[in-house]
Design a protein around this ligand. Structure first.
Ligand code: 2AM
Ligand code: CA
Ligand code: CA
Ligand code: CA
Length: 267
């Protein structure tokens, strides 16, 4: 096994177990507000600390980028571990059992190893670049839908960037006509993992951060999906405006929303 995948798996399992234990003991969870509709708990921070400790033990020189601690520059800038210790904090707080731990390892800006772990279902999604995607060790492939007819799309509402609300609702309205249905479950990392597993036919969301999508992105790609911004380009690495699915679904999705894109969403 790829040595970094081994460490990444150890780290997400440690963090996931910690999250699951606290889910059983809600009195041990303390919530703080970071911004409007934006919460963090002691469990996010504890999970993050546990992950950093495991990585540091094996790779003391690597750079680590996390949601709650920001960038911890190591001597080696070329290798970055990009971490979301708890993706779906709002679900965790509400005791809606759907959240994950995400780790992507990037070497010179290219993701080589990715892990997304759902501790409530004990589902471990993983990928090594060029070697396919797996769920609990079994190979997974994305949906082979031919277009949006009968498709189920995952999405996330732009809860923070309210300036995109109108454009987003217009896109939903357009897609609602050909699609069968939508799923909005609150963990971007799992949405991308579910694209990889063919549990949804496609996915789109506005304004993600690198730790939300870098892990799921490689897993989806290695399962045969493509990932792009809302114009079919690579702008999502900066904007976080992301579309994923097999090439036919992404093409049909982009064609459907094209007329609703504002300039800000063309990045
Ligand atoms: P988080 O739980 O790590 O903060 C994209 O939808 C990401 O935004 C999610 O994966 C989740 O990441 C966060 N998110 C989603 N809905 C949210 C909400 N209502 N409030 C705060 N964060 C949310
Ligand atoms: Ca958060
Ligand atoms: Ca997140
Ligand atoms: Ca998080």
């Amino acid at each position: 096994m790829h040595p970094m995948l081994n460490i990444a798996i150890r780290a997400v399992r440690k963090a996931g177990n910690l999250i699951a234990k606290n889910y059983e003991n809600p009195e041990s969870v303390e919530t703080n507000q970071k911004g409007s509709n934006d919460f963090v708990t002691n469990v996010d921070r504890d999970a993050e600390r546990a992950i950093i400790e495991i990585i540091r033990k094996s790779y003391p020189k690597h750079t680590i980028i996390t949601e709650e601690s920001g960038e911890l520059l190591g001597e080696d800038h070329d290798i970055q571990w990009v971490i979301d210790p708890l993706d779906g904090t709002t679900n965790f707080i509400k005791r809606f059992p759907h959240f994950s731990v995400s780790i992507a390892v990037r070497i010179k800006g290219r993701t080589e190893v990715a892990v997304v772990y759902d501790p409530m279902r004990n589902e471990l999604f993983s990928a090594v670049r060029g070697q396919g995607a797996q769920l609990n060790g079994y190979r997974i492939r994305g949906s082979n839908a031919r277009d949006l007819d009968g498709a189920v799309l995952a999405t996330g509402f732009p809860f923070k960037s309210k300036q995109h609300s109108a454009a987003y609702i217009n896109m939903l309205g357009k897609l609602f006509v050909p699609c069968a249905d939508f799923r909005r479950t609150g963990s971007a990392a799992l949405d991308l993992a579910y694209v990889a597993a063919g549990r949804v036919d496609g996915y789109f969301e506005i304004g993600l951060k690198p730790w939300d999508f870098l892990g799921g992105e490689l897993i989806a790609r290695e399962a045969g999906a493509i990932v792009s911004d809302f114009t079919g380009d690579h702008g999502y690495l900066n904007s976080g405006n992301i579309v994923a699915g097999n090439p036919r679904v992404v093409k049909a999705l982009l064609a459907e929303i094209r007329s609703e894109l504002t300039d800000a969403l063309k990045r």
